[in-house]
Design a protein around this ligand. Structure first.
Ligand code: NAP
Ligand code: COA
Length: 269
């Protein structure tokens, strides 16, 4: 059985850079913020809950990094714009944006309310547009990189996930459009699409209880991914190693999407 990678070494690969991470207070977004900070970037964390942001910022500071927090709802353009400006004011520049903020829950399309559907589209898709739009003028000053975290639901038909699937597919299309429009400014735009990632809020919501073990057996690589493995993909895209990559989606899913809807049919009971 393959083992997971967990070693994170500090380096100055991103020294002098500034990054902004939405959903940076917890889970995958917090992992990415810690990784970018460990590679030398100053990081700004956005999310609604100040306590979560502070916990992550404190961990980054304790490890020798620099982090600022902005309690912000990504659905509120004016608030996002203010947080982006606050980041540039604090760090003098903005080079990297990671959109990890999202909302999700299991819900059958037949009973999902219009507001439930709209809420997820609003957080994931509109929130990602808001952040990209507010950040662009700052990224374009010296070239930069945007990575949005999508999910395999963007491509694979998935029961009880029509809201999240539509939102993530929208982000992947938005990414290709922005990548084309902004290429001449040196701003690259990509997405990372994780499959099931262990020890996250997303996993606990989408594979509750006993499902966690049975679903794991259906993953071709026979295990869940780790937050570190998502960080590796983001690091590739934002670092010089990814300098010629724009408008693409990097799947980090242990092969799950190769099986189409199969692994998810259990969700339907
Ligand atoms: P998570 O810890 O719940 O991360 C989501 C973050 O988004 C939270 O910190 C949350 O903080 C923030 N957020 C939610 N609504 C927001 C809003 N309106 N404005 C600002 N921030 C908001 O869950 P996760 O599992 O790590 O997910 C992170 C990302 O990975 C998401 O984009 C998710 O779709 C994606 N993903 C996860 C998995 C997985 O297996 N976990 C798989 C595929 C894709 P507040 O509630 O404090 O605002
Ligand atoms: N099933 C069906 N509908 C649901 C639901 C569920 N489990 N949870 C919320 N909704 C509906 C609500 O009923 C409401 O619709 P209504 O007005 O027609 O009743 C709508 O969604 C908005 O709910 P609300 O609680 O007001 O939204 P919010 O903006 O406070 O929170 C959520 C957004 C619902 C996505 C919330 O789960 C959240 O904050 N999630 C962030 C963390 C997360 O999801 N992490 C995993 C990422 S993969």
């Amino acid at each position: 059985m393959t083992t997971t990678t967990t070693s994170v070494f500090r380096s100055d690969l991103l020294a002098g850079k500034a990054a902004l991470i939405t959903g940076g207070g917890s889970g995958i977004g917090a992992g990415i913020a810690k990784r970018l900070a460990a590679q030398g970037a100053k990081v700004a964390l956005l999310g609604r809950t100040q306590e979560k942001l502070t916990t992550t910022a404190d961990a980054i500071a304790a490890a020798g990094g620099t982090a600022k927090t902005f309690a912000t709802d990504v659905r509120d353009y004016a608030a996002v714009d203010a947080a982006v400006r606050g980041t540039v004011e604090a760090f003098g520049r903005l080079d990297i944006v990671v959109n990890s903020a999202a909302g999700n829950f299991l819900a059958p399309a037949a009973t999902l309310s219009a507001n439930g559907f709209r809420t997820v589209i609003d957080i994931d898709l509109c929130g990602t547009f808001n952040t990209c739009r507010a950040a662009f003028e700052h990224l374009a000053k010296q070239g930069g990189s945007i990575v949005s975290i999508t999910a395999t639901q963007a491509e694979v038909a998935t029961p009880l996930q029509c809201h999240a699937g539509a939102a993530k597919a929208g982000i992947e299309k938005l990414t290709r459009d922005l990548a084309l429009e902004w290429a001449r400014t040196g701003v690259r735009v990509n997405t990372v699409a994780p499959g099931p990632i262990d020890d996250t809020e997303g996993m606990s919501r989408l594979a509750p209880g006993d499902m966690k073990e049975s679903f794991k057996k259906r993953v071709p690589l026979q295990r869940y991914g780790t937050i570190d493995e998502v960080c590796e993909a983001v690091m590739f895209l934002v670092s010089p190693a990814g300098a010629y990559v724009t408008g693409t989606t990097l799947l980090i899913d242990g092969g799950t999407s190769l099986l189409g809807a199969g692994p998810f049919l259990e969700l339907m009971g």
